[in-house]
Every structure is written in C-alpha cells, then in structure tokens.
Design a binder for this molecule. Structure first.
Ligand code: MN
Length: 626
C-alpha cells in the first residue's frame, strides 16, 4: 500500500494523469488551482514532515482516478485552503467560480470547537447536508480521509484511535452506501490496523503465511475457468481476488470461525461483456463444477441498495469451496467506484441513478432534521450496522463484535492479557455475568485479577473465534472439536426405544465434556452444544437429553475380609448397584482372613462414592484401591 500515489509527479505529469482519466478535463483551470494551492500552503508541513501541498495533491489525484470533473479536482486541490490558510472565500469564487467555492465550503469544517457542545457531530451534520446537495462533497471528503488514514501513524496514538473510530463509524458506511468498495476496503483495513492492532497483525501474519499456496490454488482455478469459458465462446477476463483483512475479520466474527476455517480467502472474478454473458458463464461453470447449496446470489436481477450488481456463486473445485463473482465491465466499474462511476453518465440518466444512490442520505436527513447533531450521528450509525454490534470501552474506543457476544469476547478483542486475566465484567456500570449477552452501545469494563485464569466453561458461550483460540491455548486444551459420536449417549430410555443414529452438528464445535442437547429428527438425533444458537431454537417436543459416556478405566480393588459365607454376594451387589463392572476376581488366604482382588471398570468419582459403602459391608476389614 503506497502512501502517496502522486508523489514525485511534476505538475505536467499530474495533469497528464488527470487527462488519462478524463479527457474533457479543463487542464488550464486545474493547473491554476494546482499553482494556487501550492503557493498558499507554501512552508506548511504535515505531521509526517512532508509538504502540506502533497496532501491536497494526493486527494486531487484520488478524485481524478474516480474520473470526477474539473470542479471536483479543483476543489480537492483547494479543500484545506479556507481552514489552513488566510485565503478568503471571495478569492476562490473569483478565480475558480461559485461551484468550486461551494464544494470547498462543503468540505471545510466551520464550526469552532468552543461554540458547540459536540463540534464533531455538528461538523458531520453540516457535511452530510452539503453532500445531500452535491455528492461530490463526500467524495472529496472520502479522498481526504483516505489519505489521512494512510498517514495516520504520524499522529499521537490517542488521535489515531479517535480518527480511526470516526472513520469506521461514519466514513466506511458512507463509502459502502455509495457503493465505493475500493475506498471502503482500504479504509476498513486501516481502521482495523489502528483500532485492533493485535488482531490485525495476527491476520496479516497468517495471510502472508498462506499466500503462496493460495496463489497457486487460485491460478489453477483461473486457468481452468479461462479454458472453460474459451470453449463456450464467452469473451471474458478472469482474475483472482483477495479479500481485504477487515472482510476476513468480519466473517470470522460473524460466523464464529477460525482463520483456518475461512475457505474463500481468495476468489475468482469473471468480467464479461453483457449481462447475458454473465448468465451464460454462470451456466457453464455450474455444469462443470458442483455449486454449493445456498451459495448463489443474483445481484443482477436484484441489485443491492447501493446499486451493486454481480452474480455470486460458490462451487466445489478440487473439493474446495471457491467463490466466483461474474459481472460486466460496467458493473465492475460501478462496484469499484460506486457513485463516482455514475458521475460520468449523461445528465438525465445521472439524475435518476444519483437520486437512488443518495436517497438514503436525504431520507435520514429528512427524518432526523429536528434532532440534535449528536442524535443524527447516533441514528446514522444504527441504520448502518445491522448484524454487527458495537460496544465501547470505558475510554470510548469502539469494539465491533458479532451479535450475542459476551464480555469474554470483548476482553479478548481488546487485548489477550485482558482476556486471560478477566475476572468479572461491568456493563454500563453494573456487574454482570461473563456470559452476559452484549448489546450495541454497551459500555463494557473488564475487571482483571492477577490470579484469574481462563476457564474451560467460557468456550461454551464465547462467540468469537479469537476468544475461543486464546482460551483453548491458555487452558491447555489441545485438539480439534470431537469427531466421534461413540462417546455420546442419549438417556437410557431413548436409546432403548428408538435406535436413532447420533449426528454431530458442526455449528457448535462440540468438545469432549461440553454440555449437550439433542434434536430428534426422523432419521437421526442431531447433537449440539447446549449453548449453541441452533440448540436454543429446538422446539420443546424435539429436545432429547444427551450426555457423554463416562470415561471408565480399569482399577484394582484389594479387599480384606473375614471368611464368611455370603460375603462375595454382598460385595458384588454393592458394586453392581453402583454401576461398577467387575472384570475379574481372585481370592487368596491371608492369615485367618481372605484377601479378595478385583479388577473393575469405573471412574474416579464413582469409586470415591462406592469405597465407603464397601467398607460398611459386614465382615469387611479393609478396602484399598490401586
Ligand atoms: Mn485535508
């Protein structure tokens, strides 16, 4: 990831780049804005030590690559001029026109931090309002934010977190809503890097480790797909596609998967000429490779609200799941650049598509017009995140988690050490149990203790794979989830009445010793962990009690007893009534008594209960277990 794409470009080269993306650009005007901004910011430096002008030049470069128009590129070059230099608005208007001035003002923060209770929220509201009038405002703001995020490491840690938090809460969803996936993905990864550096680094290491093998696999698929589509006479381009870190992270969180369990780390993208070709390609692929049930989405017939279009399918290739996306060149361009792509269409068509694209924004602003800026920002956040919750640390750092996460998930998401020494949790100031179900907006405080340590029981309620992995590591639990059903049994009645086979369900990672719950179906009893979400939804009349067959092992008992008639029967009945199996019996005379040696099968717990009973049997002198 380069920090500055435009670095080292001289003015002429910069203008050439602009022309390469937009041949209608007014190079004279853009050149003038370039010179004006360079002079105005003369001598100013960024935290990185670079000339301030580099920042606005990079923003303008990003805006140019989105193929936006002359006014937007000029405004990007001038976007910090009202805030950071003594230039007056009138000068901008006179030199570059009203449209450019309005764009610059839309991006400029105007509200002084002292005047408002919440200047950040007020500024955001102002920007959203300006965006509703002219969407280029948000595009320039996104370019500005992207470059600031790329250079975030030069700021103090506290500011890094604040800016990353705001980016994740506001700008990422906006980029998503506007369909600008290219910017959204990069922003997300940068947010993850600064908000959860530990998780980010772990993912990075794991991804790099598997990169070679993955690239090989992907190449194999690409070659096969190219060959197939060639044979079918479909003109296409086939690429491999890597998921961004944040997408992997989110998938792990949402589906409670480990990194190793994410199958579609990379996928294949097919770009064809027409929508008809999309379906032709899909048919060809489905007839050659087995599609996965439920893996298909038709976003061509049913575009996403942000107008994203594509066919998504999952197929089995060499026994591995591969995600395939099929779309036309135009759909691809829209998918990458979102609303910016629509900017290039003719006026009439643009209006229609634009209205649909920013309809959501206008709606939010209409509904919430009476609310305070803070309320607006809050409801904006809620509208945007659905199946993900968002809790905060006592310091206000946001931690994204999957729904139904617990304080233990939170603790591990913050830091491994907090998880490992987690003792109790305060939710919104109140002590709650560690399996408490967190909700968006909860303020979570973890109370740690030096002598606290992870409990095996936590595995039964944590939702995130990060937490699960860490707990297993700390508690020294080795091995994968159990794969055998032979250790599991239904209650005695069930087993004798109906001989239904047991089937382990993959959703809950059952491990030896977990509390279990069964669901009766026609063909089998499905085995779940008691805490699994699916298990919670089993109807009462389908629930089956199941448990583990206790691990019995062989033990030796040595009993000294007086030689009396009937004594064997007393001992044996004591053992069998406690469900202890006797394998062998040997007796020896010892002085005036008898010594009885028994080999039995039982577990420690049971033996502990039975020993005193044996000692109470008449004529028994002593009992020893070895
Ligand atoms: Mn800026």
């Amino acid at each position: 990831m380069q920090e500055l794409m435009s670095e080292g470009l001289e003015k002429e080269e910069f203008l050439d780049v602009v022309l390469s993306y937009n041949s209608n650009a007014d190079i004279k005007k853009i050149g003038a804005a370039y010179d004006f901004a360079k002079t105005a910011h003369e001598g100013q430096k960024r935290e990185s030590g670079r000339d301030f002008f580099m920042h606005v030049k990079e923003c303008a470069y990003l805006i140019a690559t989105m193929k936006l128009d002359t006014e937007a590129i000029c405004a990007a070059l001038l976007h910090d001029i009202l805030e950071d230099t003594k230039t007056k608005p009138e000068v901008i208007e006179k030199k570059f026109g009203k449209e450019v001035l309005q764009l610059v003002q839309g991006v400029t923060k105007e509200i002084s931090s002292k005047a408002m209770r919440n200047p950040r929220a007020e500024n955001l509201r102002k920007m959203l309002l300006a965006t509703a009038k002219d969407v280029r405002v948000i595009m320039i703001k996104l370019a500005d934010r992207l470059h600031n995020m790329r250079t975030l490491k030069y700021l103090p840690v506290q500011s890094q977190k604040e800016i990353a938090k705001e980016t994740l809460e506001i700008y990422v969803p906006i980029a998503y809503k506007l369909g600008m996936y290219r910017i959204k993905s990069e922003l997300e990864d940068l947010c993850l890097k600064h908000l959860q550096p530990e998780i980010y680094q772990q993912l990075k290491q794991k991804i790099v480790k598997k990169k070679m093998k993955r690239e090989k696999d992907v190449n194999r698929i690409i070659i096969a797909v190219r060959k197939l589509l060639g044979e079918e006479g479909i003109d296409s381009k086939v690429y491999g596609r890597a998921k961004n870190f944040y997408a992997i992270y989110k998938k792990m969180m949402k589906k409670s998967l480990k990194f190793e369990e994410i199958r579609d780390l990379s996928a294949v993208r097919i770009i064809v000429k027409t929508p008809e070709d999309c379906y032709k390609a899909l048919n060809a692929i489905h007839s050659k490779w087995q599609p996965i049930t439920n893996g298909f989405d038709d976003y061509i017939k049913n575009p996403k609200p942000n107008l994203y279009q594509s066919l998504h399918t999952e197929i089995l290739f060499n026994k591995k799941t591969v995600e395939v996306q099929i779309r036309t060149h135009e759909m691809h361009h829209v998918a990458e650049e979102g609303i910016a792509a629509h900017w290039q269409y003719k006026e009439t068509e643009r209006d229609k598509k634009f209205d649909r694209k920013i309809g959501w924004l206008k709606q939010i602003l209409d509904w919430r017009s009476a609310e305070t800026a803070q309320d607006l920002v809050e409801s904006f956040k809620i509208d945007i995140f659905k199946d993900e919750i968002y809790v905060v640390t006592p310091k206000g750092d946001p931690i994204p988690l999957p729904e139904k996460s617990t304080p233990v998930d939170f603790a591990y998401a913050v830091h491994t050490e907090i998880g490992d020494f987690c003792k109790a949790a305060k939710i919104n100031g109140k002590i709650q149990s560690l399996d408490y179900e967190l909700k968006s907006g909860d303020v979570v405080e973890i109370i740690t203790a030096k002598n606290a340590k992870p409990s095996r029981q936590w595995l039964q309620f944590v939702k995130t794979s990060f937490a699960r992995e860490k707990i297993r590591k700390a508690a020294g639990i080795k091995g994968e989830p159990t794969k055998k059903v032979k250790d599991i049994t239904t209650t005695k009645n069930m087993a004798s009445k109906e001989k239904l086979p047991l089937r382990l369900q993959k959703c809950c990672y059952i491990r030896q010793g977990d509390l279990l719950l069964g669901q009766k179906t026609k063909e089998a009893i499905l085995v779940h962990s008691k805490y699994c979400d699916v298990a919670k939804r089993i109807p009462q009349n389908k629930k089956v009690k199941i448990g583990w067959i206790e691990q019995k092992h062989k033990k030796q008992l040595e009993i000294e007893l007086k030689d009396e008639t009937g004594i064997f029967a007393d001992i044996l009945s004591t053992l069998t009534s406690d469900d202890i199996k006797v394998n062998t019996i040997n007796t020896k005379s010892a002085k005036n008594n008898l010594r009885m040696m028994l080999q039995i099968s039982t577990n420690d717990e049971q033996l502990e209960k039975t020993m005193p009973k044996l000692k109470r049997v008449k004529n028994v002198i002593s009992v020893k277990a070895t």
